[in-house]
Design a protein around this ligand. Sequence first.
Ligand code: UDP
Length: 484
Amino acid sequence: METSKPHAVLIASPGMGHLIPMVELGKRLLTHHSFHVTIFVVTTDSQTTTSHILRQTSNLRSLNIVVVPPVDVSHQLPSNSPLELRILLTMLHSLPFIQYSINTNTNLPPPSALIVDIFGLAAFPMARELGMLIYVYFGTSAWFSALTLYFPDMDNKIIQAHAEKHQPLHIPGCHPVRFQDNVEAFLCPGGAIFEGFLKAAKDVVTADGILINTWEDLESAATKAVREDPILGRFTKGGVYPVGPLVRSVEEKPEDGRAEVLRWLDEQPAESVIYVSFGSGGTMSEVQMREVAIGLELSEQRFIWVVRPPCENDPSGTFFDVANAGDMALDFLGEGFVKRTQGVGVVVPMWAPQAEILGHPATGGFVTHCGWNSVLESLVNGVPMVVWPLYAEQKMNAFMLSEELGVAVRVAEEGGLVGREQVAEVVRRVMVDREGVDVRRKVKEVKVSGEKALSEFGSSHLSLAEMRRDCQLHVQTCEPKVPA
Ligand code: UDP
């Protein structure tokens, strides 16, 4: 065991959208920055999540992955509690196990840095007690990170004007956030979600550093603002490090082990297939799903569509771990849809190998809910998007991609039903129309800039190296405390 190297402990919160970026960060710290790495995986469903993750990291034996035994918080919350609350409570109840594991681990040097996402802030006291540096990892844009960092400093009158008069919310150095694109917390100032987010933001700024899964060239204004703006930096205690794009690497598989959908893609012409997926949890009403189905048919394009059972009133759904499709019936897509589209389209129930699909040369577009991992996976593969945001900060992402970067066209959801004609129209705008050519060219430029950021002298590589230096200094100057 090399005791001079820093040891980073990462805690991944429940949900594939939180787990994947944390694992990718852990891999990067291990392979490019010479850290010892332990990742605690907090999950609500140990079996599927564990096997999925272990499969993807099996070539990295020195990555120490510890799956935290699932805790059941259902009896502590009403059944209609928001997903965020369930995640926070699960994290809180997982901490005793994590602390015990850290204290009793003799295979690695005592941990010198803790890395958590916004759901893991309850681990701060433990880290301080153990003399660790604390980092918060935003698996989101620098723009959303800036909103969070600025939140504790915002004037109440400005927040009220935003909520009541729908005035744009100004963030120093960044594009203002339009009311219709902002996160739920700002709809109801003083409400439970607002207060919860405010408390989290106040905790975040006390961390020793903030890592963001983005890169300087993608968001030049926002990354500059979070790093250098005197107002944003006033409360942030530590450095801010853009470290992306860190996305799930594609699994190399022998031909017979490849998913059927990938073998189907092999038979399709280059950039001819539109991939439709609303993330690990996104769901829609049955009526909306039928409109998507007919819209895809009307578009006359080849497609792959990942579907899960309809959900009438919660777009964030409940399937936030890898879900099992079993023998899912697909009647809710409308009579005859699957049969009629055979050969032209593939419907994948519950879960598809997204990284592989987006990296396939036959994929030419992506209808996405704008979860940040999906966005990054599309960008690093140079795939243009149709953006259809559903919840969380996805509307901000959609604005950035369509209005600022020009790598996507946006669905006009406006709170109502998106009709079949519009579905067909946005798909054709990206796949067939002249507009799609420009969008495709721009996204390919972004792809190159992302590769550059991660290369040896790229901005994100250097940024993580800077964070590594702080951790090394910490190891040399402060002996981490290990309780007896
Ligand atoms: N994902 C996948 N297959 C699916 C759905 C999702 O592999 O069928 C992966 C996707 O590649 C991404 C993550 O799950 O890495 C979803 O994260 P994202 O931030 O896009 O959205 P969330 O699910 O958190 O809303």
